[in-house]
Design a protein around this ligand. Structure first.
Ligand code: ATR
Length: 286
């Protein structure tokens, strides 16, 4: 049995979203705490879609000091926080809240989670590499800034609705090697990418995020889907069939963004890798 060395009686943490029933965050944070011989009071909270502000206030009244925020409240979390990290400002959205004496501080740990999963767990550095990022919704918005800070040689952003891709890259164009391109251009271009990231929700409907005749992989490419599930996603299967060297889902990103939250709240960085392996095994038998 673990020796519990730190006990906080009143500090409460939660993940807030709608829907929230299937969130793995409470399990992940409980495993983090156990691995560090700490305890954490971390629940899931279903917020009314039209009253996130009220839910956050109720949570605070009950002793809430830290929250993860998920769909569809990440932009509201950013707006409600009085203080925001640079990466939350870049994303215009927050998945992390921390009570600082008299106000909420917000951050966005999604990008750091993606970068750590790819660079540390999958041992692929972004530096000097070409990246294709697919999607221009909240998920892509959350990771673009942190990804560009890893100094890839170039990032091409494509999205089903081209205008959203153009809008998303606009603030970065001056300082970073990034550009938007139409998704159709992937079928005629000869460009191949070292890392191809699916930041769309296409896998939820078992669809591919781009035309099947797009040729974007080299024999050394990593294909990464931010979604995850019991089986490889449609995008992962397609990518391997198209010759990508490796395909990964987003389970590691989920655990790593949670670790980035945990360390800010509790001061200790949990080791994500054993937790990813454990959740992977649980998924397989679920
Ligand atoms: P999230 O916050 O999960 O990113 P979102 O903001 O609704 O959710 O964005 C969903 C993203 O997935 C968008 O980039 C969307 O493309 P559009 O902007 O054209 O809507 C993309 N997406 C969803 N389903 C898709 C599919 N079947 N094929 C391609 N892109 C898809």
């Amino acid at each position: 049995m673990n020796i519990i060395t730190q006990i906080e009686h009143s500090a409460r943490y939660a993940v807030i979203g709608n829907p929230i029933a299937h969130s793995k965050s409470p399990r992940i944070h409980a495993l983090f705490a156990e691995s560090l011989r700490q305890v954490i009071d971390y629940d899931k909270r279903l917020s009314p879609v039209d009253d996130f502000a009220g839910e956050l206030q109720r949570f605070r009244n009950e002793g809430g000091v830290g929250a993860n925020v998920t769909v569809p409240f990440k932009q509201q979390a950013f707006s409600l926080a009085r203080e925001a990290s640079l990466r939350a400002q870049q994303a215009g959205a927050a998945n992390f809240l921390m009570w600082r004496g008299d106000h909420w501080f917000c951050d966005n740990t999604d990008g750091a989670g993606l970068v750590r999963d790819i660079e540390v767990n999958l041992t692929r550095s972004f530096a000097g590499k070409s990246v294709l990022l697919i999607g221009a919704g909240g998920a892509a918005r959350g990771v673009l800034g942190p990804l560009l800070l890893r100094e890839p040689s170039g990032v091409v952003l494509v999205n089903r609705t081209a205008a959203r891709a153009v809008e998303l890259v606009a603030p970065y164009l001056r300082d970073y090697p990034v550009r938007a391109q139409t998704i159709e251009a992937l079928t005629t271009s000869s460009a191949r990418y070292d890392i191809v990231i699916n930041a769309t929700s296409s896998s939820l409907s078992d669809a591919l995020p781009m035309p099947t005749n797009a040729e974007v992989f080299s024999s050394d490419s990593l294909a990464y889907d931010m979604m995850y599930g019991k089986a490889p996603t449609a995008f992962m299967t397609w990518a391997l069939g198209q010759g990508a060297a490796r395909a990964s889902d987003g389970l590691g990103m989920l655990v790593e963004q949670a670790a980035e939250s945990y360390v800010q709240w509790r001061g200790s960085l949990p080791q994500a890798e054993p937790i990813i392996a454990l959740l992977r095994a649980e998924l397989a038998t679920s």
